[in-house]
Write a protein that binds this ligand. Structure first.
Ligand code: F6R
Length: 581
């Protein structure tokens, strides 16, 4: 979480360039933001709580600037706690992504310093200030960083030397090499408008960045390392909403195009991926949040279409299953951002053991993209809305096609996906007003489905929680009566996914059980059924119908959020890239 952007160059307008960079990074955290600029040997700072929006900077001109968008961990969301933070002299400033786990203990050692904020970050400015008395800036940051526990990425700026030091362990930082200017940011996309020459800083590395030079060092030893410069080819971020009122709606509407791209470009990678699956007796699908529900759905695709068992595990739980891994295991990580700490941490651990790894990942050049042995780049394009939509759909399509490919029926999968795409185009035009009007003011909603519609229910519930702030629980239809049905009362809304597959009869019986207790049934199915109080028609696409049902859930969540006057692109308390544990 948190976005970092810095620039050392010759353009006197560096602060405005940094502000534009921060706007691209706001998906990483939008509690507060701040920009610092070097002026007359001091760092001047403009920082505020809230989103950047159309804010203008109140800063002097300067060619050396840096900034931050915050997702709060330590300290409330206030102007004072916003980054950058200064040392006592006002010459050294820091911005930070991560957590200093031993900050309370370190703070005790900094008694002679004046701390203003409640953050863990600020102490690092003071640590560097002390070390700077005897060391170069680079050495002061390196030695200071070695004192810290936890996963962090820092940018340290010194006004006098017009030098930025970037250092990381856990959270991403990317260096951009420009023409008489050098840059650093939390992701490559935000640098693309300025340069395509990039160095991905690895964990345990430090970069010394001046206007004309970038040098990289190993944090542990201080040894200088060779620069590994890459030329990135992907398109600049399409950060415009075009004619859409929100990124969430734009990204949902792009889903048919995303799947067409998969059909056009990913066949070879999918068949290669399927071969890897065949070569491993045990395959785990590891992911978090929506991506985990895609993994769960993938396991259903594989058991039905390919008759192969894949084991889905939530990223944060995977360390507890690790002991079952052996040389016949393949661990496939699924992620939009490719930076989620709950998957990056286990990935690093199992790589040390020589376990084979693969990924379905949307962000090119992300940590996941770079670390795995084999990857499928989903190419769904940048997802700006914090809630994941098109990347989720892309993962489902790749997993569905892989299941067909596993059974040597890739062409049948292609045909079905084409039909799905055509159905999705119709679904996007559907009017959902009746159900939106019924659900928007509800406090609790239950969602059920069986078989592959079980992960669909979990995902639908997550979308309603995060975009609409409605307490929504997803269950498998069969599990409901083992306890949770106690919550069903007169008027309790229940969404039922009832595709015409092997789950149909049983899930309709579950709907009857709910209705008998006063529940109101919102049926999502191809045909109306007498048990439904409200009905949304969902055109079916055989074994890939789950994709249509996920699309409908995303649209429902979007429309309910709008009806409630919420911003579905930036829901409260969330950030797009979850890089802290
Ligand atoms: C839900 C959502 C999150 C992410 C999760 C994993 O809409 O966006 O649940 O799916 O944080 O993120 P990635 O896919 O980037 O690893």
């Amino acid at each position: 979480m948190c976005g970092i952007f810095g620039l050392v160059g010759s353009d006197k307008n560096a602060a405005s360039v940094v502000l534009e960079g921060l706007k691209c990074l706001e998906y990483r955290g939008y509690d507060s933001w701040g920009v610092g600029v070097a002026s007359n040997g001091q760092i001047k700072i403009d920082k505020h709580s809230g989103k950047i929006g159309n804010s203008l900077l109140n800063l002097p001109e300067g060619s050396f600037a840096f900034g931050h968008t915050r997702w709060a961990t330590h300290g409330k969301v206030t102007d004072i706690n916003a980054h950058p933070h200064l040392d006592c002299s006002g010459k050294i400033s820091v911005v930070h992504n991560g957590i200093i786990e031993n900050y309370q203990q370190l703070k005790l050692e900094l008694k002679n310093h004046r701390s203003i904020s409640e953050t863990d970050t600020e102490i690092f400015a003071h640590i560097v200030e002390d070390l700077r008395k005897k060391h170069s800036l680079k050495e002061a940051v390196r030695l200071g960083f070695l004192k810290l526990k936890g996963l962090s990425a820092f940018l340290v700026a010194e006004a006098d030397s017009e030098t930025l030091i970037a250092v990381k362990n856990g959270s991403p930082l990317v260096i951009g090499l420009g023409d008489k200017e050098n840059l650093v940011a939390s992701d490559a996309h935000s640098l693309i408008p300025l340069t395509r020459k990039i160095i991905f800083l690895e964990d345990g590395q430090l970069a010394e960045i001046t206007k004309n030079k970038v040098r990289i060092f190993d944090v542990q030893t201080g040894r200088e390392l060779e620069l590994k410069i890459e030329e990135v080819t992907f398109k600049a971020i399409e950060a415009e909403k075009e004619d859409y009122p929100h990124f969430m709606l734009k990204e949902i509407s792009e889903e048919p195009k995303v799947l067409e791209n998969i059909l056009l470009n990913l066949k070879e990678s999918i068949i290669k991926f399927t071969d890897s699956l065949k070569n491993h007796s045990k395959v785990y699908l590891v992911a978090s949040g929506s991506a985990y529900f895609a993994a769960l759905a993938g396991s259903y695709f594989f058991s039905k279409i390919a008759e192969k068992e894949l084991i889905p595990v939530a990223g944060s739980e995977f360390i507890y299953k690790e002991k079952f891994l052996d040389k016949n295991s393949l661990v496939v990580f699924l992620s939009q951002s490719g930076e989620t700490i709950d998957i990056i941490e286990p990935l690093k651990k199992i790589k040390e053991k020589g376990i084979q790894t693969a990924a379905l990942v949307n962000v090119f050049g992300s940590t996941l993209y770079r670390l795995v042995d084999e990857k499928i780049w989903l190419e769904a394009g940048p997802e700006i809305a914090v809630v994941s939509t098109k990347a989720m759909i892309a993962k489902l399509a790749v997993l569905g096609l892989s299941a067909f490919s596993f059974n040597s029926k890739y062409e049948a999968g292609e045909k079905l996906l084409s039909q799905t795409i055509s159905n999705m185009k119709d679904i996007l035009k559907q009017n959902l007003d009746e159900v939106v009007n019924f659900l928007h003011d509800k406090e609790h909603i239950y969602v059920i489905g069986r078989g592959i519609s079980y992960p669909v229910s979990l995902e639908a519930a997550l979308k309603l929680k995060e975009a609409c702030y409605i307490h929504t629980e997803g269950f498998s239809g069969g599990e409901l009566k083992h306890g949770a049905i106690a919550l069903v009362d007169k008027g309790t809304p229940c969404i039922i996914f009832a595709p015409k597959d092997e789950s149909f009869d049983s899930v309709i019986s579950n709907a009857m059980e709910i209705k008998a207790r006063g529940g109101i049934i919102i049926g999502l199915s191809e045909e109306r059924n007498e048990v439904f109080d409200h009905f949304i028609e969902v055109k079916e696409s055989g074994d890939l119908t789950a994709i249509n049902n996920i699309l409908i859930s995303q649209l429902l969540a979007y429309k309910i959020a709008i009806k409630k006057g919420l911003d579905p692109d930036k829901p409260r308390n969330l950030a797009k890239s979850v890089t802290v544990k």
